[in-house]
Design a protein around this ligand. Structure first.
Ligand SMILES: [Zn+2]
Length: 243
């Protein structure tokens, strides 16, 4: 089945770090009712996000909703700026992540130690974002197994561990897994989540088992990009290390 009006576009934004730029990969889903962004980039990257969309021929006014895979600041960084620009923007997220996205609970990993690593201008934007979080209205609460009306049917897979409400998305027609931070590509190899950024690593590894029955051509990791070297087999191997 083909849908000429639907497409999945991987965006590429660069986060400056002391050791050089580090790419991250938000995703743009085009469907008949508009554009869905999956994650929004790092705090302070709104201009980059906007120009990445424009390069794909998309204006902010075309963006109908954002799916947040999880609460980390490099994923939610531009939610506030998007809400300012798009008043009726929908935000979809897993139930277990919502209290963090609405400011009811503090972001798990945005600790004083992490804050200290950010340059002052980014920190100022971070504080602005935290103040905006109580304005965030979640339009749709996602649950494991939901089939979203996007790309001919997009499956929500709840993969806790990296954060409580972390999700992956599976596009069945394309056999494409959007892994967010549940998997990474490091030195051309698919690996599990980053231990230093994953508070419950045993749970994150157990979550990998939920990915082992998927038919896969391609996995996209927010950190590391695309992986196409028999990803299903590699995920099965990684899942064996789960308790
Ligand atoms: Zn993360």
């Amino acid at each position: 089945m083909s849908h000429p009006t639907t497409s999945i576009t991987v965006l590429n934004l660069q986060i400056p770090t002391p050791s050089g730029n580090s790419p991250i990969f938000p995703v743009m889903l085009s469907d008949v009712d508009g554009v869905t962004l999956v994650d929004t980039g790092m705090i302070g990257q709104f201009a980059e996000l906007q120009s990445a969309l424009e390069q794909e021929g998309v204006q902010l006014s075309d963006v109908k909703r954002v799916i947040i895979t999880h609460q980390d600041i490099d994923h939610i960084g531009n939610v506030g700026a998007l809400l300012d620009a798009i008043p009726d923007l929908e935000i979809w997220a897993h139930a277990d992540e919502i209290p963090y996205l609405t400011g009811e609970k503090p972001l798990i990993k945005f600790t004083p130690e992490r804050r200290a690593l950010l340059p002052a201008p980014v920190l100022a934007l971070a504080d602005q974002l935290l103040l905006q979080l109580p304005e965030v209205n979640i339009s749709r609460t996602l649950a494991d197994g939901d089939i979203l009306p996007l790309q001919g049917g997009t499956q929500v897979i709840h993969t806790p561990g990296h954060t409580p409400g972390h999700i992956c998305l599976y596009f069945g027609e394309q056999q494409f897994l959007l892994a967010a931070d549940e998997l990474r590509v490091v030195d051309d190899e698919l690996v599990g989540p980053a231990p230093q950024a994953t508070p419950d690593m045993p749970e994150a590894l157990r979550s990998l088992k939920k990915l082992t029955d998927l038919k896969l051509n391609k996995v996209l990791c927010y950190h590391g990009g695309e992986y196409m070297n028999d990803p299903a087999q590699r995920i099965a191997t990684l899942a064996e290390s789960a308790e």
